[in-house]
Design a protein around this ligand. Structure first.
Ligand SMILES: C[S@@+](CC[C@H](N)C(=O)[O-])C[C@H]1O[C@@H](n2cnc3c(N)ncnc32)[C@H](O)[C@@H]1O
Length: 441
């Protein structure tokens, strides 16, 4: 290492016996004294040198290492003549760094590192500020359990975060609550800023889908000035807020039955300065008492919002009607192997809404893979098929609810994200208008 004036600065290390090295390391890390830019080195005599920050350590701290942290250990401060840069300093990926740190920690506990443990390390995660949310498919090996909770501290340190959580599957119980467990840290509240909107929520209690960003942006650009909206599945405000903040909605009725999401929603309305234009309806939206007020209804629930269709029809304005934004997961090849168009009757039909579908893949020039393109065509036909059946059902519901016929029109079928192989999350924009009564002489 060099000073600005070119003279060299020695890297100083604390040297101790190998069996005490892990305890020393943990202590120095806690004291924020461990130099992570240089490698911990094994010395020729079998001792271990842990590089520390600064040019020396107070004698009191050395004494603490010797007597309290690792009683009986030898503790010597020495300059490292030829310090090696750490992997971190050489720019290894977070996954590589994690592997290195966890391996070192595990071995420091006298447990042998194995290919099974390595394969069980996380490959993907979500970063929420200083909280890292791991996917469910890691740390499943029973051996981790025996290693104790300090493991999570090591993982958090390797990622440079203060809190660590791990998710399970989203409960299919309607609340969409992710089974998230906090592994390290004292709370699960995080904050995101999306398109200028602040969202705060507790990751252990409410869901957040990064994949819905395109839909949030689309919603933000809809012409809602002066309109009244009903958001039937408001969550923490993923759509309620863009409708209010960017799309200019006059008022939103936000329905939500998860009390934790309601707490977050209330605070998000406040911190974004739109609480005075929103009423939260806490409880099951199917029991909502509102009717005949909405210019738009957002039905943002997957895999299906079908149970909300009757109430959506009920809240639409009887005089002018309005637009429904209906979310749905559509399976491309329900119950059969994927077949490109050509093998079915659908191939002879043409896609009647070419301008109404937006798929980036299709509109970004030539398709690279012909087979994939054919399969995409089949996928779009499934979306259309579902949209048409939804339109028919909703038109019937509107007639039942309002006691007169309504006209419906598919405005758009908007893909949001691929949810699973052959399952796409899409949104149908359905215009619903009451038929004008014909005047008879
Ligand atoms: C998919 S999540 C969040 C929604 C948000 N629209 C999105 O797509 O990111 C759906 C929300 O609807 C709520 N929910 C589901 N069924 C409901 C019902 N019958 N009444 C009220 N809220 C409901 C869940 O608690 C959850 O917060």
């Amino acid at each position: 290492m060099e000073r600005e004036d070119g003279t060299s600065v020695a890297v100083v290390a604390v040297v101790t016996e190998r069996r005490f090295a892990q305890r020393y390391r943990e202590f120095l890390e806690k004291q924020k004294l461990l130099d992570r830019r240089h490698r911990v080195e094994k010395m020729p005599d079998g001792t271990v040198a842990l590089p520390v920050l600064g040019e020396t350590l107070p004698a009191q701290l050395l004494e603490e290492l010797r007597t309290r942290v690792a009683p009986g250990s030898t503790c010597v401060l020495t300059p490292l003549l030829d310090p090696l840069p750490s992997k971190k300093a050489r720019g290894c990926s977070p996954a590589q760094r994690l592997c290195l740190e966890v391996r070192r920690w595990v071995e420091g506990r006298g447990v042998a590192w194995s290919a099974e443990l390595e394969a069980d390390l996380p490959r993907s995660w979500q970063r929420h500020g200083n909280l890292l949310l791991l996917n469910e498919d890691c740390f499943q090996n029973k051996q981790w359990k025996n290693l104790g909770p300090e493991l999570w501290e090591t993982v958090a340190l390797a990622f440079g975060v203060q809190r660590l959580a791990k998710r399970g599957r989203v409960f299919p119980d309607g609340t969409r609550t992710p089974a998230v467990t906090l592994l390290h840290g004292d709370h699960g509240w995080v904050e995101h800023v999306d398109n200028g909107i602040r969202y705060k929520f507790d990751v252990t209690q409410c869901m957040f889908s990064f994949g819905n960003i395109t839909e949030k942006l689309r919603v933000a650009s809809l012409p809602c000035a002066g309109q009244v909206l009903v958001d039937l599945y408001a969550g923490i405000g993923y759509f309620t807020l863009p409708f209010l903040v960017h799309a200019g909605a006059a008022f939103v009725h936000a329905c939500e039955w998860n009390p934790h999401a309601v707490v977050a929603l209330r605070s998000n309305l406040e911190i974004n300065g739109v609480a005075d234009r929103c009423q939260i309806h806490f409880g099951d939206n199917r029991k909502l008492k509102l009717s005949n007020i909405a210019d738009r209804v957002n039905l943002g629930l997957i895999p299906s919002s079908e149970e909300g269709w009757p109430i959506a029809c009920q809240v639409l304005r009887q005089d002018t009607g309005g637009i429904l934004h209906v979310h749905q997961n559509v399976e491309s090849f329900p119950g059969k192997n994927p077949q490109p168009p050509g093998s079915s009757k659908m191939e002879k039909e043409h896609w009647p809404y070419p301008q109404k579908i937006i798929t980036n893949e299709w509109e970004n020039g030539t398709a690279r893979d012909f087979r994939r393109k054919l399969l995409s065509q089949a996928t779009k036909l499934e979306w259309q098929r579902w949209a048409e059946s939804a339109e028919t059902r909703i038109a019937n519901l509107l007639q039942q609810v309002h006691g007169k016929p309504w006209k419906t029109q598919i405005l758009l079928i908007q893909p949001v994200k691929s949810y699973a192989p052959h399952v796409d999350h899409i949104v149908l924009d359905l215009e619903c208008r009451p038929e004008v009564d014909s005047v008879s002489d």
